[in-house]
Design a protein around this ligand. Structure first.
Ligand SMILES: C[S@@+](CC[C@H](N)C(=O)[O-])C[C@H]1O[C@@H](n2cnc3c(N)ncnc32)[C@H](O)[C@@H]1O
Length: 371
């Protein structure tokens, strides 16, 4: 058993917790993340399946006190680095300190890197191969206690591999997935995003419905580790049952033809191009030919003051169109300004408060009344 820490976006910890529970992993929530005890296969699954996590860190050794650089060097040296790494690994350190004697992250990195280097030189066979495998090490010192972790994810997990082109103000894939999850979409009724931009919300929703793992189109740092268990990893991947028989009705609209082209290219890479409909259409043309469903969306944010008026009108139009066309449907949206969404005339319940690329946002939800 090892301890793992799943880094998530502050505000959606409980959504990530539910995702972990669905994988059979019982986790404890902390601010911005969750801790769980498990084996390597749990860590592989967390990386591969979690749609709302940013990274999975694997603790190395037990936390220890480091009140001087000598203590830090000795203790870092004693950690079992050689279990995972050899001389081909090229380390990058991410260090954070609070309420501690050692507070200078640059000097801590220098001493820790030297100790790790010495340990691997002492324990590993020399090699002529270059240091070519990037590996992130996370050190957190709090009240002089140091917790060392190795990053098992590699590239941050919201980089799924399918979204290689974006429009202005894209939503993070992790937040798009969290919004679809908290909307309660039943994966059978229609899902519409009338402001789809590069298509993130429809693409996350359709991958969820077809059971395509979040990490299906990307790699992970742990597959380079010396103790990587290929058999376990293969059995996890082989166990995935992508269900393209499932009939889903997922639509993304945007008034910008360029955005729709980008969404279609992203859909191609996400493996759902012929199963999600992206069309160039302004909000005012939204019509409902369907029974009952969900609107899940990320309307334009106001970045500049002079945009305020236009956006107020856009939200008023959103309320009007949805009341006329989709009464009884569920609406879930993410906004950076609840006063703006109030201009829709819809009565929202406020759910998670999250940061989307540094912008404070809120998830809001309501059942759309009749006009
Ligand atoms: C915040 S962006 C959506 C970003 C998207 N979630 C993504 O991940 O790329 C808002 C989108 O609304 C579109 N938009 C603005 N006004 C619109 C309107 N009246 N009808 C349809 N789309 C509109 C913009 O072109 C823009 O792509």
């Amino acid at each position: 058993m090892n301890e793992y820490f799943v880094i998530t976006t502050p505000g959606i910890e409980e959504v990530t917790k539910q995702e972990l529970a669905a994988l059979g992993i019982n986790a404890t929530t902390e601010y911005g993340g969750l801790t769980f005890k498990g084996d390597a296969s749990d860590m592989y699954k967390a990386n591969y399946f979690l749609r709302t996590a940013n990274r999975v860190l694997s603790r190395i050794g037990q936390p220890f006190y480091a009140r001087s650089f000598q203590e830090l060097t000795e203790r870092i040296y004693n950690l079992p680095w050689e279990k995972h790494f050899d001389l081909r690994f090229d380390f990058e350190f991410q260090v954070s300190c609070s309420h501690s004697k050692l507070m200078h992250t640059g000097v801590i990195t220098k001493f820790a890197a030297q100790a790790l280097d010495q340990k691997l030189n002492a324990k590993c066979k020399p090699t002529k191969l270059e240091k070519s495998i990037k590996q992130l090490i996370n050190l957190r010192i709090d009240h002089d206690k140091l917790t060392a972790s190795i990053d098992s994810s590699g590239q941050i997990l919201y980089k799924r591999g399918y979204r290689q082109e974006v429009t202005r103000s894209p939503i993070r894939e992790t937040l798009a997935a969290a919004l679809v999850m908290v909307s309660g979409w039943d994966q059978a009724s229609p899902l519409i995003d009338p402001f789809c931009g590069s298509g993130t919300i429809p693409l996350e929703g359709s991958q969820m419905a077809f059971n395509i793992p979040a990490g299906y189109h990307r790699g992970f740092a742990f597959t380079d580790w010396l103790d990587f268990d290929y058999k376990t990893w293969k059995s996890i991947k082989d166990g995935v049952k992508i269900d393209f028989e499932k009939k889903i009705e997922v639509f993304g609209y945007d008034r910008d033809a360029g955005a729709i082209e980008i969404a279609q290219s992203n859909a191609q890479r996400a493996g759902v191009a012929d199963r999600v409909t992206f069309e160039c259409q302004a909000l005012s043309y939204l019509t409902n030919k369907n029974r009952h469903g969900w609107i899940v969306t990320n309307p334009p944010y106001g970045h500049r003051l002079q945009e305020g008026n236009d956006l107020r009108n856009l939200y008023a139009q959103l309320g009007k169109v949805l009341k006329a066309e989709t009464p009884g449907w569920t609406l879930a949206l993410v906004t950076n300004d609840i006063k703006l969404s109030g201009h829709s005339g819809l009565k929202f319940e406020q759910l998670n408060q999250v940061s989307n690329g540094g912008i404070k946002t809120v998830f809001e939800k309501c059942v759309i009344p009749k006009s």
